[in-house]
Design a protein around this ligand. Structure first.
Ligand SMILES: C[S@@+](CC[C@H](N)C(=O)[O-])C[C@H]1O[C@@H](n2cnc3c(N)ncnc32)[C@H](O)[C@@H]1O
Length: 348
């Protein structure tokens, strides 16, 4: 009989985790089936339905575990607001912080073979590490082998510096190896749209302010303004954020990213149908997860669980290199790294 991996997609947003697991299953030569998706946000539900032909269930608190079908793996990119740098930093005292306990409730009742959770990097250091320790303690208390690791999307081919923590758990102890990354970064120029309507361009006032301190470069760059108003220029994007100011990231210091560009920066395929307005899609993309990182983690989870038909050759990872150093835009020489490389051919 053909193997089918059944999964549930909690806090599904617009389906970042779903793209990742469906791709991994395909690579492994097996089928996958989503048996439950859930997200409280109506706009996310609409986008998910347009793309996956299924309306996610709403508030997770209202989901009775007896109605959740049996599944092999649980996926959850649970909300980061309680732990994020832009949130109130209240953690578990914040009502939203208790959403993690909803995941634990489902794991306890359904006991899938494995789970993969994703959150912001800041979770690791929140409250002196106590928040994360508590999460791991709860999961281990459910008799799962649990581990966690922080990854940067830049290390998995996306031109976006996005650091995220992944937490994995297995019901049966097994050998698991975290992916190593070290993938070639897709040049930013390949992700940018060729023709962008003028409403995406910043006002003359903003542009003049930006160009007073930095000059445009030949190769496309993204100009990032931090909270203190300091501008940094990189050949990649800083982390997309759901609620940031519209001028927080400006392509070449002059225009906002389009919805399609933001989705590409998270690894969404162009077949993803954009059906919500700009501000909703911007929020959805900012809340989503870097799909190639989730894919790399899931690939190894599948291997550990023995969920495969044919093993495919891309299990061999290239050597990890110091991408941050190489990619820093050199303001003076306008070059990246030590050597000048042919356009679009640099390896990291
Ligand atoms: C960080 S986002 C996850 C995005 C998703 N991983 C993706 O790739 O698009 C967290 C999601 O949790 C949803 N959420 C927040 N509270 C919820 C609740 N009580 N029940 C269900 N979903 C909730 C939010 O609407 C948001 O879409």
């Amino acid at each position: 009989m053909e193997t089918t991996i059944r999964f549930i997609d909690l806090f599904c947003g617009i389906g970042g985790f779903r793209y990742a697991i469906e791709d991994v299953a395909k690579k492994m030569g097996i089928k996958s089936e989503c048996v439950l998706s859930s997200d409280i946000d109506i706009e996310c539900q609409k986008a998910y339905e347009a793309n996956f032909n299924e309306i996610p269930k709403g508030d997770i608190h209202a989901i009775d575990v007896s109605t959740i079908p049996e599944h092999d793996i649980l996926l959850a990119g649970f909300p980061c607001q309680p732990f994020s740098i832009i949130g109130q930093r209240k953690g578990f005292e914040d009502a939203r912080g208790t959403l993690f306990f909803e995941i634990a409730r489902i794991i306890q009742a359904k006991r899938p073979q494995a789970f993969v959770l994703e959150n912001v990097k800041l979770l690791a250091g929140h409250n002196g590490g106590k928040t994360l320790s508590r999460i791991l303690e709860v999961l281990r208390g459910l008799e799962y082998s649990v581990d966690k690791k922080i990854f940067n999307a830049l290390d998995f081919g996306l031109p976006q510096k996005r650091e995220r923590i992944f937490i994995i758990g297995f019901k049966k102890p097994c050998d698991f190896e975290w992916p190593k990354g070290g993938k070639t970064m897709k040049p930013l120029g390949l992700l940018l749209e060729k023709s962008v309507p003028k409403e995406y361009y910043a006002s003359d006032y903003i542009k003049t302010k930006r160009f007073a301190t930095h000059s445009p470069t030949k190769e496309p760059t993204i100009w990032h303004e931090n909270k203190a108003g300091h501008i940094s220029v990189y050949p990649y994007s800083c982390a997309l954020r759901a609620g940031a100011s519209y001028n927080y990231l400006l392509v070449n210091g002059e225009r906002r990213l389009t919805a399609r560009e933001m989705l590409r920066l998270q690894g969404f395929p162009d077949s993803f149908k954009i059906i919500c307005n700009y501000s909703q899609t911007r929020k959805q993309a900012g809340n989503s997860l870097p799909i190639p990182v989730a894919e790399a983690v899931l690939l190894n989870v599948f291997k550990s669980c023995g969920w495969m038909k044919n093993s495919k050759p891309d299990f061999v990872y290239s050597r990890k290199q110091s991408f941050d150093k190489q990619l820093l835009l050199k303001e003076k020489g306008k070059r990246y790294g030590k050597k000048t490389k042919a356009k679009n051919s640099r390896k990291i």
